[in-house]
Design a protein around this ligand. Structure first.
Ligand code: AMP
Ligand code: FES
Ligand code: ZN
Length: 302
């Protein structure tokens, strides 16, 4: 197969775009897709100060590198979950990556916050993933707001987004359907959240990471059964093979025609939020979910 652009030998074949690319033309294609993703949804501009959540996986590291190459003002944020045997490895990957490229990096250590994930897990006695997700989102938001960042970026790719949209759709979860997307505007107590890789698949990001020589960490979390929405991702892979391009169509169609309808409906029924009595984070209860977890862990330790 030849490169669609320059006719050199292709290194990456993309069925959904009916095209093969040589390494240089693929990297240009990747950059253009990120650029389009940012511009078409007005995610941010070169005036913004962007905090990039770095997990140590290929998606967030690729995102950081690409945004920096495009001239954006980026700083990394890593949440160290304090899971023995796993967190040190991921943190090391993120630290080496940032040192190698001269990127600013902030680290938040959950053990120091009374939220070490093993302690939370011991206290909760139910699957840890949703509590862990809640804790991570809380620190993404808090760090961005406390340090004056104007956007918080995560490495979610098209496969992540489509699998989540599909899962919300089969449950007709209108609350999630009202605000899923690559842009969540900032409002009182919430930072603006963006997902600039929303047009790119996992396969495309993996190729970018490989071609750019990014060392990343791909061992799944020891507490989870593997990647999230694995079954939905498999289904979508089959659909995409039978109908190339359907994934992006489905997601873009939702952004244009689905989300506004759910957002209108939710605005009519949405619950009021107020600041958490302990930490000020917006919540519909007296005390926010993370402060309640922290208190439960402290009680357990006492
Ligand atoms: P996941 O839910 O693990 O697929 O992660 C989705 C995105 O959340 C990643 O691409 C990162 O941007 C961010 N993320 C996940 N875990 C962490 C972490 N421990 N520290 C910083 N960012 C994270
Ligand atoms: Fe959060 Fe595993 S429990 S990443
Ligand atoms: Zn709180």
């Amino acid at each position: 197969m030849k490169c669609k652009v320059c006719k050199a030998t292709a290194a990456v074949a993309l069925r959904s775009h009916h095209a093969g690319f040589c390494p240089d033309c693929f990297l240009r294609f990747f950059s253009r897709q990120v650029e389009r993703g940012i511009r078409s949804q007005n995610l941010f501009t070169s005036e913004d100060k962007i905090l990039v959540a770095l997990s140590g996986g290929k998606d967030s590291l690729s995102l950081m590198l690409e945004l920096s190459r495009q001239g954006y003002d980026v700083t990394g944020l890593h949440i160290d979950l304090s899971i023995p045997g796993s967190s040190e490895v991921t943190r090391g990957v993120v630290e080496r990556f940032c040192a190698r490229h001269g990127f600013k990096l902030m680290i938040r250590e959950m053990a120091a916050e009374g939220l070490a994930i093993p302690a939370v897990r011991a206290r909760l006695r139910r699957p840890i993933c949703s509590a862990c997700g809640k804790i991570k989102r809380y620190w993404f938001n808090k760090t961005a707001l406390d340090h004056g960042f104007t956007a918080l970026a995560t490495g979610h790719n098209l496969d992540d987004e489509v699998a989540r949209l599909f899962s919300n759709t089969i449950r007709w979860d209108t609350s999630y359907l009202s605000d899923q997307g690559p842009l969540l505007q900032g409002e009182d107590g919430f930072a603006r959240k963006v997902k600039p890789l929303w047009r790119l698949t996992e396969f495309e990001t993996a190729n970018y990471a490989f071609l750019m020589g990014i060392e990343h960490h791909y061992a799944p979390c020891p507490y989870s059964g593997g990647a999230s929405f694995t079954c939905h991702k498999h289904l979508w892979q089959q659909l995409e093979e039978a109908m190339p391009g359907r994934k992006l169509d489905f997601y873009q169609g939702f952004l244009e025609r689905g989300r506004p309808v759910f957002a209108r409906q939710e605005a009519e029924t949405g619950r009021a939020l107020r600041p958490c009595a302990r930490c000020g984070y917006p919540t519909s209860a007296e005390v926010c979910g993370v402060c309640r977890i922290r208190e439960a862990v402290a009680e357990n330790a006492a």
